[in-house]
Design a protein around this ligand. Sequence first.
Ligand code: FBP
Length: 328
Amino acid sequence: MEESRIALSIGTALDRFIKNNQDQFQYASGELSQILRDIALASKVVNREVNKAGLIDIMGSMGSHNTAGDQQQKLDVLANIRFTRALMKGGEVCALISEESESYVDLNNEGKYVIAIDPLDGSSNIDVNVSIGTIFSVYRRKSPAGQPIHEMDILQKGSEQVAAGYILYGSSTMLVYTTGHGVNGFTYEPSLGEYFLSHPDMKIPVDGKIYSINEGLANSFSQPIKQYVQSCKDKNHTARYIGSLVADFHRNLLKGGIYLYPATAKDPQGKLRLMYECNALAFVAEQAGGKASDGIKRILDITPKDLHQRTPFFVGSVRMVEAAQNFS
Ligand code: FBP
């Protein structure tokens, strides 16, 4: 037993992987690599707080509301502070778009990158110890560095992302990301404080048997959505809905499936935010061989008009998203 452990390779550390793959990136100058490292570092701090949330006064609401009028959870605010600080440090990032901030944060520097982030997604699950996540997108600014931030730097289409991904704080903590050259997943090893490559070149199955939708809202689904959900039942597909986008997305990425958050009576534009929830997962899904749309249009082709705009979201296995779209 002990002999085999001696020989056991622990795998490729995230830092090493980023370094080894830096040349894949068109603008390879180390800045994007540093941004990925900063996101990984902040996620370790957030992971530590999330893991011991029940022991420290970090549960529950902050008593304030974010831009969408949602109750801000203490961990939402903590995560927003941690990621903002980590991304401000190096000077690579010139502007930050966050679910927790009304407008973008201009970091007044020579940075060439713009970040959109949902620091803690699935906040309704924080207090009940269900998996939650962080979602991030990285863009290059369009206007010359050092000049005032311009709207064209901020309201970029998802197809302009140079990197995107998420962190899943689940039974284990994982960082999954793409820079447009496939998708790789890293598992956090807390005793070493390091992420290691555990899921190289992730691919989502072309078809699946899992559908994820909040059927509690079914009364306000459109007829086509009701028909699509019924078709899943007719095929004895399995319903799985954690209510944490990152956790539902990650399961479907591994097993095949579809996550749908359509337009509803309460949210006629859909609930999820294009800039810091859907664009990143759409990029990851497509890079893993999947598909993402608003039911009609490719998510990555949607030109944002507002930082916090919402969109219906259909994402997952190609055949299932196409089937859902065919009902629309
Ligand atoms: P937050 O970013 O505010 O947490 O909202 C997003 C989210 O919690 C997703 O993670 C999840 O898939 C969805 O909303 C759940 O919404 P609902 O409770 O309406 O099904």
